[in-house]
Design a protein around this ligand. Structure first.
Ligand code: PPE
Length: 309
């Protein structure tokens, strides 16, 4: 759905609430030329107690951490950004939405060195449905292993959510879609399974969960961390520093993606090889339903993960 079709009218930028159409930047903005932006994506869920932002604090912490390798100074503190976000959701009367904070080097001069380019920051919120298609959550998706490898953490900090990194995600994802798949799986430089273009990945085998470790050039996903905790609390053994080879994808009992946008999305086929029974597996289903029970606040547990609007 395009923004034109949405009922949204406000963006917070550099300390002020602006009309949606006035949140503009100059074409010579540093971040546009060199990918020097850092961003977040969080979901706010509709609950009985009103809209609840899921793991907002962790998203905010990661935003500040992503700024570090680029020596980007964000002059707006935790509290200000939280207040701005809550107010943004409230003003637009959004019941559930996706929240996108972004900070970037702005306009003053060009050249790779950001010099005295100011750091700009904005937060937008809009309704965002299922990330990988209507039926994805129930039926699962077909994916392909991309011919593009992920940049290694020795080439670019993969644990920082940097705008420039996403050209690699675009290449992998669009290659998959051109070939009729919903999404890609991206291997790291060493040829091991890293993650999706915008998702972390989990493998289920013999009732245990495996997910690539942080040394595999992945983003330290907040949904990944959520699923690890939920699964352990359900009694599962979770190997969260796993090394997964490409071949192990085919022999998995179940596979699924996690992400703020993708939530918990089952994978039913990889490169046309059927995974398990070719449908959402029982472990994935249990974890997915637990995930939605928690984020929609149909339980009192994990209350510390929520910021209520
Ligand atoms: N890996 C990558 C590369 C990634 O972009 C994401 C989030 C994740 C893992 C999962 O992280 P987390 O959201 O903290 O669980 N991708 C975001 C951007 C999606 C987009 O298309 O834009 C997201 O899910 O918000």
């Amino acid at each position: 759905m395009s923004f034109d079709e949405m009922d949204v009218d406000t963006i917070w930028m550099d300390g002020e609430f602006l009309d949606w159409d006035d949140a503009q930047i100059h074409v010579l903005t540093h971040g546009l030329h060199y990918g020097t932006g850092i961003f977040e994506g969080a979901r706010c869920y509709e609950t009985e107690r009103g809209p609840a932002i899921f793991r907002w604090e962790e998203h905010l912490d990661r935003l500040y951490e992503s700024a570090k390798p680029y020596e980007m100074e964000i002059d707006h503190g935790h509290e200000e950004l939280t207040e701005a976000t809550v107010e943004l959701v409230r003003r637009q009367d959004l019941a559930s939405c996706y929240i996108r904070p972004i900070a970037f080097y702005g306009y003053r001069s060009l050249g790779v060195s950001p010099g005295d380019c100011p750091t700009r920051i904005a937060i937008a919120a809009w309704p965002w449905g299922t990330y990988l298609g209507e039926e994805a959550l129930e039926e699962g998706i077909d994916v392909m292993v991309s011919s593009w490898r992920k940049h290694s953490s020795s080439q670019i900090p993969t644990n920082a959510k940097t705008t420039g990194l996403y050209v690699n995600s675009l290449l992998a994802g669009e290659e998959a879609r051109r070939n009729g798949y919903a999404e890609a799986i991206v291997l790291n430089k060493e040829g091991q399974v890293a993650e999706g273009p915008g998702e972390n990945i989990f493998l289920v085998r013999d009732g245990e969960l495996f997910t690539p470790g942080l040394s595999q050039s992945i983003l330290d996903g907040i949904t990944r961390d959520t699923v690890i905790q939920l699964a352990r609390d359900l009694g599962y053994t979770v190997h969260d520093q796993a090394t997964i080879s490409r071949g192990e994808l085919n022999t998995a009992d179940e596979l699924f993606f996690t992400g703020s946008a993708a939530e918990v999305t089952p994978i039913r086929r990889v490169d046309n090889v059927t995974i398990g029974d070719g449908e959402r597996g029982p472990v994935t289903e249990e974890i997915q339903s637990r995930f939605f029970e928690v984020v929609e606040r149909r339980t009192d547990e994990y209350e510390e993960w929520f910021t209520y609007v």
